[in-house]
Design a protein around this ligand. Sequence first.
Ligand SMILES: [Mg+2]
Length: 251
Amino acid sequence: MPCNPGLTLVNSTVWVQTGAEFRAAALSTFAAATRSLDAALADLSWNVEEDGRSDPSQPPAIVVDSDDTVFDNTRFEVRSLKLGKTYDQDAWNAWVAEASTDAVPGAAAFLAHAKARGVTVFYVTNREAKEEAGTRQRIANLGFPLDPDVDTVLTRGERPEWTSDKTSRRELVAKNYRLILLAGDDLNDFANARDKSVADRYKIVADHEAWWGTRWFLVPNPMYGSWERPLTGGTGTPCEQVQKKIDGLKP
Ligand SMILES: [Mg+2]
């Protein structure tokens, strides 16, 4: 069978970019997040902090991931699949510099609601520190909240301890704010799921069963994510990774 890794993106990208079903799923996620935000503001004990405790006198904040949570990058995925690749670093850098990403349905209204209710919005992204300017530009262009006084765009490598594991960045926000909800498209936007097996990733989900849709809000992203790695190990050529995914499925 001839291998074109870019073709693995076709169905998922069609779904996210054109599917009414994706639109409905994203709107559902942000509608639920909006209801929970209001509930969290009325309940000072409400938080999503690691130790389950938070200073109720602190101002409220939320943490959202950027890419494919509030930013719709499907036009970048189209570039990749037309190159016959699952991902291309040079194409990504160009995409970020262009600052032309779209908004995920429901994201702008949710973020505007948070701002209107006095909640600070932090963007915890694994875009690199050097990509912060383009990212801020796009946040501003899309009309998403951007606090003028506090650095609310926390990029990977901006501080030495800010690795792709977002835990330390969530903890930093929690130090000064009552962190009330998280939104992301990847398990790592909620907990450290790096290099974990399928079973261990399921355990993270099970351990927080009551939080999904109430404190943790997932935007579906079938195009790419850390869920690929348990099957591919992150090694091998793109074509070998495609084969490992096929081999890793239950027949
Ligand atoms: Mg993301």
